[in-house]
Design a protein around this ligand. Sequence first.
Ligand code: NAG
Ligand code: NAG
Ligand code: NAG
Ligand code: NAG
Ligand code: NAG
Length: 349
Amino acid sequence: MAAMPSLIRPLLLVLLIMTALITAKSTPRVLVYTATKGYRHDSIPTAIAVLGREAGAHNVSFVFSEDPALFTDASLAGFDGVMFVSNSEEVLDLDGQAALQRFFQGGGVYTGVHAASACLFNDTNYLQAVGALFDYHPSLQDATFLPLTKDHPSTAHLPDQWRYTEEVYYFRSDPRSVGATVLLTVDESSYNNDAKSNGNYPPMGTPHPIAWYIESPQSAQPLRDGAAKAGRSFYTSLGHLNSTWENSTFIEHVFGGLTWALEGASTRAYGAGLVGAADNSTASVSASASASGSTSASRSAAASGSHAASGASAAPSATGSSKPSSAGAAASVAGLAVGAAVVGAAAIL
Ligand SMILES: *[C@@H]1O[C@H](CO)[C@@H](O)[C@H](O)[C@H]1NC(C)=O
Ligand SMILES: *[C@@H]1O[C@H](CO)[C@@H](O)[C@H](O)[C@H]1NC(C)=O
Ligand SMILES: *[C@@H]1O[C@H](CO)[C@@H](O)[C@H](O)[C@H]1NC(C)=O
Ligand SMILES: *[C@@H]1O[C@H](CO)[C@@H](O)[C@H](O)[C@H]1NC(C)=O
Ligand SMILES: *[C@@H]1O[C@H](CO)[C@@H](O)[C@H](O)[C@H]1NC(C)=O
């Protein structure tokens, strides 16, 4: 009996340290950027509403914005990841592009959806993060998408033949040439390719890339001093229609890719890295007992998130740094971001 405490004490210590390490993970914060300079998808408001609604259930907090002024070192430092959704053309100036590159070099994570590959065409760093840039698509029609593996959270739940109405993207290069692993392809005989390339681009490779990940994107190189590792990238070219954003098969595809990228653990939310959310309240052993409490606190923040999102989006216009048009866009985005999970956004923005 006398020997027991001397055994139990180190065991308890190990348990406490493990608990502390596990609870050191805070809710990752992701900047969802839906700015457009050219074509604008009318599914963007649906995307924002659905992402906001689903955030809490996936342990992610989103800040929705179309304000390029958020792309500075200071504001990006508060995010674990950026998620580009259905953008077009030059949505960042050179300073914004450089800040985004430094964000990646500090461990920041990239996720892109649909026309996220149709912007920043001259930015090599962005190309390395997204993997390949949009060339063209045949007209909107039914097509059959095929998972190449189900050994990934973005594809594990997909049917073997996923047929629905979508734009089949063709790309200006092969994402595999910058380190991508292709997760999803398309049966090229399942639709009518009634359009043509816009330029003389290198082949995008086979099988036809539709969605992919990059474990260690070149956009993060060279890593900043003190950065543990590069943040992961995930991109899916799917997501054109409202009906797609309203479909849970697609939403789980997107969240599977996003959370996989975040769980690369390159950011402060996971206790490593130079960028991201770090929730001090769960980072100590004494706070670990209330870990579930702090999760429900995040959830209730998520429930009242439209308020926080309004505050976050209003901040840049309050500084007068954004043009009236972009302030208006940000305000309408905030109005639609019902249920957006925004935790502590006001502190950073
Ligand atoms: C898609 O949804 C948005 C609102 O979320 C709506 O404004 C738009 O008209 C819808 N598009 C179509 C084609 O129904
Ligand atoms: C979210 O976090 C809670 C608490 O840590 C956990 O129980 C739950 O499984 C997580 N959900 C997802 C989808 O990761
Ligand atoms: C991108 O590069 C091309 C080729 O150099 C140039 O013609 C075009 O103006 C550039 N676009 C932007 C937005 O910088
Ligand atoms: C979502 O899409 C899948 C695959 O296309 C389909 O089987 C399913 O019925 C859709 N779900 C809803 C609710 O429309
Ligand atoms: C925790 O909070 C302190 C004071 O607010 C801050 O200086 C520190 O950077 C935070 N910790 C992390 C890991 O961000």
